[in-house]
Ligand binder design. Structure first.
Ligand code: ITT
Length: 202
């Protein structure tokens, strides 16, 4: 069976990606299976640059295809913040709840209670020989407080889907995995790979 390394240390992503790649019919490995995988400095200016960086470094280290996701939240009223800094917004002392609180504080500081926003996701599958497939997608919604819901991770409790009227943390994983930025990027990737099933193992 073909093998694919999930190049992420975020447990929320691992859970979602594992469900989303099921249709690729690959054996999924984690970074724990690749002890030589380097810590990646996400210094790129875009989600796509950072996803590329992660996927190629891990594919090289593992000698296997690797899938990386770079993603984050953009709030219009904050000029696109937290953006590519989503994981480290506010510095290393904050956890997910602290970062959600910081977004809400900064909205208040700008005199608004809510803002149009989107989650964005770039996914890249890289092979050790340097070839790659990349896809991007977004999930439009509204950021506002107070945080609601106990599912998901990251900014899910403050991101409301306008169709469901619920936050991503209230939706539950089955629904989120149909409508999210990550779900749509993975669906596009699956379409590309389905066209060329031998791409993962040339
Ligand atoms: P890896 O680099 O190891 O994959 P990371 O958490 O550092 O893990 P990113 O640099 O891509 O990953 O940062 C993504 C951050 O954006 C993540 O930590 C969350 O705070 C936020 N985020 C991304 N997708 C999200 C989602 O579906 N729900 C909630 N927050 C999300």
């Amino acid at each position: 069976m073909r093998e694919l390394v999930l190049a992420t240390r975020n447990r929320g992503k691992v859970r979602e990606l594992s469900a989303l790649v099921a249709e690729l019919r690959v054996k999924v490995l984690s970074l724990d299976d690749v002890p030589s995988a380097p810590e990646v400095e996400e210094t790129g200016p875009t989600f796509l640059d950072n996803a590329r960086l992660k996927a190629h470094l891990v594919a090289q280290a593992a000698g296997l295809p690797a899938l990386a996701d770079d993603s984050g939240l953009e709030a219009d009223a904050l000029d696109g913040e937290p953006g590519v800094y989503s994981a480290r917004y506010g510095g290393p002392g904050l956890d997910d709840a602290g970062r959600c609180a910081l977004v809400l504080e900064r909205l208040t500081a700008r005199g608004v209670e809510s803002s149009p926003a989107r989650f964005r996701c770039a996914v890249v599958v890289a092979r050790p020989d340097g070839n790659e497939v990349a896809c991007e997608a977004r999930w439009e919604g509204i950021v506002h407080g107070p945080p609601r819901g106990g599912n998901g991770f990251g900014y899910d409790p403050i991101f409301e889907d306008p169709v469901f009227g619920q936050t991503a943390a209230e939706l539950g994983e089955a629904v989120k995995n149909r409508v999210s930025h990550r779900a749509k990027a993975l669906a596009a990737l699956a379409l590309v790979l389905r066209e060329d099933p031998d791409w993962l193992v040339p």
